[in-house]
Design a protein around this ligand. Structure first.
Ligand SMILES: [Zn+2]
Length: 111
């Protein structure tokens, strides 16, 4: 390997880390929120950290099985890892779900 080859490899490696890490973070955030993964990955890779911050601020687009459920009280989408609705603050009974099975959350009290 001559110096040019090493230089190209080094530059490629740096570019991969530089764009790859924010791109991957954006991809994960978009996936959890039911957003378009390709668009958000590209935006996150080239304009970090703005798209990632936006993704964390906006509400999820749809329920992602194993990641989020629709709150039975306010109908907003809440992340299952939080344990309560981020919008109305009510505690959520999470479906003892298989990650591949989509289930709606049930209200705690039934009248
Ligand atoms: Zn709610």
């Amino acid at each position: 390997m001559d110096n040019d080859t090493i230089g190209v490899l080094f530059f490629s490696g740096c570019a991969l880390v530089f764009f790859g890490i924010p791109g991957f973070v954006g991809y994960r955030a978009a996936k959890e929120r039911g957003r378009n993964r390709i668009i958000w990955t590209i935006l996150s890779a080239f304009f970090p950290p703005v798209p990632i911050i936006i993704l964390y601020m906006i509400r999820p687009a749809k329920v992602v099985p194993g990641k989020s459920i629709r709150c039975p009280y306010c109908q907003e989408i809440a992340f299952t890892k939080v344990g309560c609705c981020e919008v109305c603050g009510k505690e959520l009974v999470l479906p003892k779900a298989h990650p591949l099975v989509s289930e709606e959350a049930k209200p705690i009290t039934q009248n």
